[in-house]
Design a protein around this ligand. Structure first.
Ligand code: MG
Ligand code: ZN
Length: 223
């Protein structure tokens, strides 16, 4: 890259990081484990929110902050699945930032919540640059997007803590070179925990739920 970095962007990002640190402190003080879902549009973020809420709402109190450019459709789905949900309309912005999440935290009963899922705006580029204060970031890839995405969005794949590969029920119908995909992921993010699954059929959901539950329980044990 030969592009010069623009100082104003660095200042914006560092102000964002400071707010993210405050968000993290606030979550920790309330004993909330938080995970940020990022993905391209249509990969299945909201479907995974629904599966996660349905699968874990018997064990944990769950809240969802839904980032969307204009609608509240996703928050309504999260609510219907059994979570306390909150919509943040970014007014055209293509990512959530720490200030938007802070505004969301203000409105949630954090002391009564164990797990917070933040559904970011569908976009594989800038959400990776804005820390929110969540403990982990999960990237949801999906079979129809194609196996080249780790190669095209290395910054996003490099920074995530968990990788979900959704829509595996489509593997018989859509060309997707899983070995090529996995090699790309491994080069950027060696050993990242990966969950091939289908939100539609439920295949592979159980290991994902176990991972999330372990994060929530581990966080509780620390706080
Ligand atoms: Mg969605
Ligand atoms: Zn953006």
């Amino acid at each position: 890259m030969t592009t010069k970095r623009i100082p104003v962007v660095e200042r914006v990002l560092s102000a964002n990081d400071q707010m993210a640190a405050l968000n993290r402190a606030r979550l920790d003080a309330a004993g909330v484990y938080a995970v940020n879902f990022i993905a391209s549009p249509g990969a299945g973020k909201t479907s995974l929110v629904e599966q996660t809420v349905r699968g874990l709402s018997g064990r944990f109190r769950i809240a969802v902050i839904d980032g969307d450019i204009a609608t509240s459709l996703d928050a309504e789905r999260a609510e219907a699945a059994g979570a306390v949900s909150l919509q943040i309309n970014t007014g055209g912005d293509c990512h959530l930032d720490a200030v938007m999440v802070q505004a969301g935290l203000e409105q949630l009963p954090l002391n009564d919540i164990d797990l917070l899922i933040v559904e970011n705006v569908g976009n594989l580029i800038c959400p990776a640059n804005f820390r929110l204060g969540t403990h982990h970031t999960a990237l949801i890839a999906s079979i129809p997007e194609g196996a080249d995405k780790p190669y095209k969005y290395p910054g996003t794949y490099r920074g995530v803590d968990a990788l979900v590969v959704n829509k595996i029920d489509l593997l018989p119908y859509v060309p997707f070179d899983m070995d090529y995909f996995r090699r790309g992921v491994e080069a950027l993010n060696p050993g990242v925990v990966t969950f091939p699954l289908s939100c539609r059929t439920g295949e592979g959901i159980a290991p994902w739920l176990d991972w999330v539950a372990a994060q929530v329980a581990g966080h509780k044990a620390k706080s």
